[in-house]
Ligand binder design. Structure first.
Ligand code: TRP
Length: 465
């Protein structure tokens, strides 16, 4: 992220607020935060589990309508108020609903980063094993399950990953990290194209390409919509206050609509590539076994090693692949944790040091619970889910819809759609204005409420989806 100091003063702190240098700087920063484990690890397993092509179609529709409207809203609100979410909500009022609206947005990243770091730990472990040349062992069917359920092993790798994240926050070398991610992103794309090409041309893989790309309405269930919406929030970093913060750094002349579009295209392209790497491989190497398709969070760790083991230069590919995924995960985890740290600094007046320690403690506590939830703590089930799945569900299916609802209400009831439109039009015409207004006013709030209710009902078994 290239940042320049400008004279824009935030309303209450009197400190100068830095801004992105321009359009490219903004798009790169947001894309850098958007591309992470969500694209490479989470998207393919959800697509495999919730119906393949029909999941993809639902995801695309939601992203182009709902996601688009929310990104534009959050960015415009951030740029308008020049504050991060808690402050942005309170710029419109001091009463309890404003506090809650801001806080629900701000708390989400703090709850995501612990379990995100558990997955980051898994990735680190796999990188380490590839470096040791355990390519064959990793491709065995029960290797992954053995690893996560083996007492403290997953915990140690989680702690290592978290340690790196916290150390980077302490050192404050955020900009260095972002520079790394600019080199890494193109590399990741090239490698992903290559691996996807390889995995799609394996015998039997075509069935998987069809499953992933062609919608089959028989596979549709209401959970497809719930999961696709959660994933859209997660992958685009929407509904967790991040875009308010980025918007607050954005210059007035940057075209909000255009940059939103570019970020969406980039993020979705990487997610689809990951889908094309992993889902055809499930069909080629596990015969499209329905159990493997349902594997959930472990899918990437089960199928990708099989692909590599079957290649002539699998160890090298494994090293490069897991290294790139690790870097993508690290940069995302660092910005997630950073957002928690700055909330503590801004809202409680903590020093950076104290805020970072607190974030570290939260990570270790919640993250350890998630990491051990497959091993020594596997008797703990929260509403029928493992601890990690529970945190994922809590944030993605419950809190993010609430955060999105808060943003919708803030836009339509308090700030007013006109204000948002004015903000967008500062840089250029608002092309999809009609769609935007219709969406924010009617469709979005109704969809969010329905989805919230159904995901709650699903967990408690009131309805089966
Ligand atoms: N979008 C990221 C991913 O796909 C995860 C994420 C969510 C994130 N919120 C974020 C990353 C905030 C950085 C900052 O993995």
């Amino acid at each position: 992220m290239t940042e320049n100091e400008t004279n824009t003063k935030p309303p209450h702190t009197g400190k100068r607020r830095s801004t992105f240098s321009g359009k490219l700087g903004y798009v790169l920063a947001v894309a850098g935060s958007a591309v992470g484990l969500g694209n490479i690890w989470r998207f393919p397993y959800l697509a495999a589990k919730y119906g393949g092509g029909i999941f993809l179609l639902t995801y695309l529709i939601l992203m182009l309508t709902f996601g688009y409207a929310l990104i534009v809203s959050e960015t415009a609100l951030g740029r308008m108020t020049k504050r991060s979410p808690v402050g942005a909500f309170q710029a419109f009022g001091k009463k309890l609903p404003f506090k809650l609206g801001g806080w629900v947005n701000a708390v989400i990243p703090m709850l995501i980063v612990p379990y995100y770091s558990v997955i980051g730990g898994w990735v680190t472990k796999y990188l380490f094993e590839y470096l040791r040349g355990s390519t064959e062992a990793l491709a065995q069917d029960d290797y992954f399950t053995g690893f996560i359920s083996d007492g403290f092993s997953a915990e140690l790798w989680f702690l290592l990953f978290s340690f790196i994240v916290v150390a980077v926050l302490f050192a404050g070398v955020k900009h260095g990290v972002e520079r790394v991610s600019k080199v890494m992103m193109p590399l990741l794309v090239i490698l992903a194209v290559f691996v996807a090409g390889y995995s799609m041309t394996r015998p039997g893989a075509l069935e998987g390409v069809r499953y992933f790309l062609i919608p089959n309405f028989d596979n549709f269930s209401w959970m497809t919509v719930v999961a696709a919406m959660g994933q859209m929030f997660y992958s685009l970093s929407i509904a967790m206050g991040i875009l308010y913060t980025y918007g607050s750094y954005m210059k007035k002349e940057v075209d909000i609509e255009q940059s939103t579009k570019q970020v969406e295209v980039f993020d979705t392209a990487i997610a689809m590539l990951a889908g094309l790497m992993i889902i055809p491989a499930v069909f080629a190497f596990s015969g499209g076994n329905p159990d493997t398709l349902q594997a959930g969070p472990s899918l990437m760790f089960i199928t990708i090693p099989k692909v590599f083991a079957s290649m002539g230069f699998g160890t090298g590919a494994g090293i490069i692949f897991f290294l790139l995924v690790l870097l993508a995960a690290l940069t995302s985890a660092i910005s997630l944790a950073e957002s928690g740290v700055s909330t503590f600094e801004d809202q409680f007046g903590f020093s950076r040091h104290k805020a970072t320690v607190l974030m570290g403690v939260i990570m270790v506590l919640f993250g350890s619970a998630s990491a051990l939830g497959f091993g020594v703590l596997d008797f703990v089930q929260v509403i029928g889910m493992s601890i990690l799945d529970f945190f994922d569900f809590l944030t993605n299916s419950l809190m993010m819809p609430l955060a999105a609802l808060a943003t919708c209400l803030l836009v339509t009831r308090v700030a007013g759609l006109n204000k948002i439109m004015e903000e967008v039009e500062q840089s250029s015409g608002f092309k999809r204005k009609k769609m935007y207004c219709f969406f924010m006013k009617y469709l979005a709030p109704v969809c969010i409420v329905i989805i919230l209710l159904s995901s709650v009902a699903n967990v408690f078994g009131w309805i089966t989806m």
